[in-house]
Design a protein around this ligand. Structure first.
Ligand code: MRU
Length: 337
């Protein structure tokens, strides 16, 4: 097994991240040392994935404090800049959670904020290992085949977290046990997080996979090529309704029809008890060019109208279970987060 991917580190003066827009062609690191750089990286998905956004949100407050000291911001300006980080993307609750975890410590000084932010980074990577074990146990108890065939959507891997991954953490654990046959990776239009990022991670770590168009997911599931679907989450409402990358809902519907388990893997920081159900989750709408172009190539006529929700909401009734770093919530059996 290769050295684990470390997508986020603190250099002492900047957040060092993998620029996910450059993968898989190039492995490029970015140093984020201003609030503008942090907000820009979040907005254009150079950093992404709900748990990773939580970590970036927390360390981003240190970046804001350092910039405030350099540029002599008053407390009102500092507060405004921290809010900009908190609101850079609306759906992943982890981003606001990460900022809120450290914002109360601003009065105690930079080192208190930094210590808490780095603890969040460590806890995320460690929690994913625990989640992987719980999720793999859960799957092995339900899937009769000795070697499981799984489907995943988007990227819920090391690149979406501080390391290891949530859904991919579960699949990595199955692989380490010799209990994973194949992963069907949805390419994940429009920004291709599955093709560009999940496929990169699995290839790098020697985990067998096939890449498929999103539109092939339903026939793979109903055609009995897949034993379980495992995905991440951006926000889990109090009743278990779950927002994740657009296309997840179709996977859940197909899994229900085929009678295979649909497992959501996410840290507890993704659970938003203040949101009663999925209808209250704000789904980020993104720019038209993400749909009308593939990279630099325009694939739609000029002026085509576009609907580009970045996420969809899977109702709790379609979810078998939610696995966190601490527990498995048996949603199908009536448990709520
Ligand atoms: O728009 P993205 O790439 O940030 O969307 C990411 C997802 O939808 C992931 O599945 C989710 O954040 C879980 S990551 C562990």
């Amino acid at each position: 097994m290769r050295e684990p991917i470390r997508p986020v580190t603190w250099t002492g003066s900047a957040i060092r991240v993998i620029d996910q827009t450059a993968l898989p062609a190039r492995l490029v690191m970015l140093d984020l040392d201003t609030v503008d750089a942090v907000v820009d990286a979040i907005s254009r998905l150079a950093v992404r994935g709900a748990p990773q956004l939580g970590v970036i949100g927390a360390i981003g407050v240190v970046v804001a404090l350092d910039q405030a000291a350099r540029e002599r911001w008053d407390p009102v300006r500092l507060d405004r800049e921290i809010q900009r980080i908190r609101e850079a993307r609306p759906t992943a609750v982890n981003l606001a959670w990460g900022v809120d975890q450290v914002a109360d410590l601003v009065g105690d000084g930079r080192s208190a904020v930094l210590a808490r932010a780095l603890a969040i980074l460590d806890a995320d990577a460690r929690g994913n290992r625990a989640m992987g074990v719980l999720g793999a146990d859960w799957i092995q108890a339900r899937v009769a085949r000795g070697r499981v065939r799984a489907l995943t959507h988007c990227n819920a891997g090391a690149l979406a977290t501080a390391g290891w991954g949530t859904a991919l953490g579960v699949l990595r654990e199955l692989h380490a046990r010799g209990a994973l046959e194949l992963v069907h990776v949805d390419e994940t239009r429009p920004l291709l997080q599955g093709a560009r990022l999940t496929a990169w991670e699995l290839a790098r770590d020697g985990i067998p996979f096939v890449l498929q168009a999103d539109s092939a997911a339903a026939s793979a599931i109903l055609g009995r090529l897949v034993d379980v679907a495992v995905v991440g989450a951006d926000r889990i409402a109090a009743n278990g309704d779950t927002a994740n990358k657009v296309g997840t809902l179709g996977v859940a519907l197909a899994a229900r029809d085929a009678g295979i388990p649909f497992l959501v893997a996410a840290p507890r920081s993704t659970i938003d008890r203040a949101t009663a159900d999925g209808s209250a989750i704000v789904v980020e709408q993104r720019g038209a060019s993400e749909v009308t172009s593939l990279g630099a190539v325009v694939i739609a006529p000029d002026g085509a109208g576009v609907w580009n929700p970045a996420f969809d909401v899977t109702p709790a009734r379609l979810i078998s279970a939610i696995v966190t770093e601490a527990e498995v919530i048996e949603v199908a059996a009536g448990q709520v987060p």
